[in-house]
Design a protein around this ligand. Structure first.
Ligand SMILES: *[C@@H]1O[C@H](CO)[C@@H](O)[C@H](O)[C@H]1NC(C)=O
Ligand SMILES: *[C@@H]1O[C@H](CO)[C@@H](O)[C@H](O)[C@H]1NC(C)=O
Ligand SMILES: *[C@@H]1O[C@H](CO)[C@@H](O)[C@H](O)[C@H]1NC(C)=O
Ligand SMILES: *[C@@H]1O[C@H](CO)[C@@H](O)[C@H](O)[C@H]1NC(C)=O
Ligand SMILES: *[C@@H]1O[C@H](CO)[C@@H](O)[C@H](O)[C@H]1NC(C)=O
Length: 399
């Protein structure tokens, strides 16, 4: 299924207080680099056939020496640049000229859990500024396209990413990541492709982008537990939280997103044994069209790969605020399924108007268990668990 959205998302999963400012303010143009070299100087050939992995690796090795001298730009001229994996160095601008296309080689695509471009341990002013980036389609294994690990001040801007085998952009333990004017497309048939995965990262801003994937457009995770993924059925949703959230996900704002043709709109996934929390999540300004289930919070998502989990590590899910949302042609409004041991609390729905596929849909639209919260101005009318309303204040309670 296709999911397409343009959104502004501000996230802080590790250092919530730090996020109080405007995360998206960091989206300035990157600094001008005092040095610029072309990939041609490293013997690369942009004919779409010559393998340029060594040229990219040598370029990075060479550009390392500019790290303490204001950094450098690697210029990629128009052409089709076939390459295997390479790692970016710190204080770097990778600039792709219009009609410059980076193609992932079969080699890269045959390998599991490899990244085409990775960026590690780049503290301070590690910047990337790309104009365009393409990768080939893939039928082999499932590497991710671009990964940032333990990096700060990353900018990805004005780029197109096509046919990532699994994730398109994965940021892990990063701070201040600004993703702007990015298109990320993968076949809508592709199983479990995800656009952007902020994972244990803080101050991530995803802005003005269009993401069309087989599975989630954006999936927020914390922690390394990949098990939820392996067991996940490839259903689709536009924005999801979890299911790997052992380290906690909090203080997230999502606003101004358009989603269409998706099995679900906004999903929260977790399960017992996971521990952690999902809280203080504020979602607003969403426009959904042709979406199966607009909101789904599943507290029993996925199974455990082995018995080595703490059955008492109940996840905390609280203070989910969904407001100012319009949906057209929606099949199911929402399901909130907490568990007896760990009910979801303080779910607030406000100013939500969903027009349903048909009257049957409208009549059986919400389903809730082990959740409490409140609502105001929600159509169709939500389940009783979410109906409490404090008429004296005129506001929904439980915030
Ligand atoms: C974005 O990329 C397009 C095409 O490569 C180019 O014309 C445009 O100037 C770029 N925009 C910015 C802000 O660099
Ligand atoms: C990405 O997918 C969208 C939706 O299917 C489509 O409109 C757009 O043209 C695609 N962009 C590219 C560069 O393939
Ligand atoms: C929640 O997830 C479990 C396990 O993945 C699944 O069996 C169940 O159907 C889901 N519940 C809903 C309401 O989607
Ligand atoms: C309700 O939400 C819509 C957008 O979905 C917005 O245009 C409208 O201003 C909101 N109404 C109130 C009273 O906030
Ligand atoms: C509404 O959704 C249904 C089922 O999801 C779909 O079959 C139908 O084509 C949609 N209608 C429109 C007008 O897009």
């Amino acid at each position: 299924m296709a999911v397409s959205l343009v959104l502004l998302l501000a996230l802080s999963s590790l250092i919530p207080s730090y996020c109080a400012g405007n995360v998206c303010d960091l989206g300035r143009r990157p600094d001008t680099r005092p040095h610029s070299v072309s990939i041609l100087e490293f013997g690369a050939v942009g004919d779409g056939k010559t393998l340029n992995t060594l040229a990219f690796q040598n370029a990075m090795f060479c550009l390392k020496s500019f790290t303490t001298k204001g950094g450098a730009q690697l210029y990629i001229p128009p052409g089709r640049w076939l390459t295997g994996s390479f790692s970016l160095t710190s204080h770097l601008t990778l600039f792709l000229e219009r009609d410059a296309v980076i193609l992932a080689s079969q080699d890269f695509r045959r390998r599991s859990f490899q990244f085409l471009i990775s960026f590690r341990d780049s503290y301070g002013q590690g910047l990337v500024w790309w104009d365009r980036f393409y990768s080939h389609s893939l039928k082999y294994s499932r590497p991710h396209l671009v990964e940032f690990v333990s990096s700060e001040n990353v900018i990805v801007s004005n780029l197109t990413f096509l046919n990532a085998p699994a994730y398109t952009i994965h940021s892990v333990y990063c701070s201040h990541v600004y993703i702007h004017k990015v298109t990320a497309n993968a076949s809508t048939e592709s199983p479990y492709t995800i656009g952007i995965v902020p994972d244990s990262s803080d101050n991530v801003c995803i802005h003005d982008s269009s993401i069309n994937m087989g599975y989630d457009a954006i999936s927020l995770k914390s922690g390394w537990d990949e098990y939820g993924i392996s067991y996940a059925r490839p259903t689709d949703s536009s924005i999801s939280f979890g299911s790997e959230m052992s380290g906690g996900i909090s203080d997230v704002e999502v606003s101004d997103a358009h989603m269409h043709n998706s099995l679900s709109g906004i999903s929260f996934r977790t399960t017992k044994g996971r521990g952690g929390y999902m809280k203080e999540i504020d979602i607003s300004g969403i426009h959904m069209v042709n979406v199966g289930t607009a909101f789904l919070a599943n507290g029993s998502f996925g199974t455990h790969p082995d018995s080595g989990f703490d059955a008492k590590a109940f996840p905390l899910v609280s203070h989910l605020i969904l407001h100012d949302i319009v949906g057209e042609n929606i099949s199911i409004a929402g399901g909130f399924f907490g568990t007896k041991e760990s009910p979801f609390t303080s779910v607030l729905l406000s100013n939500i108007s969903l027009s349903m596929v048909n009257s049957v849909s409208a009549a059986y639209s919400w389903d809730c268990s082990y959740v409490d919260g409140s609502s105001e101005s929600v159509v169709p009318e939500p389940c009783p668990e979410l109906k409490s309303f404090d008429s004296s204040s005129g506001r929904a309670v439980a915030l």
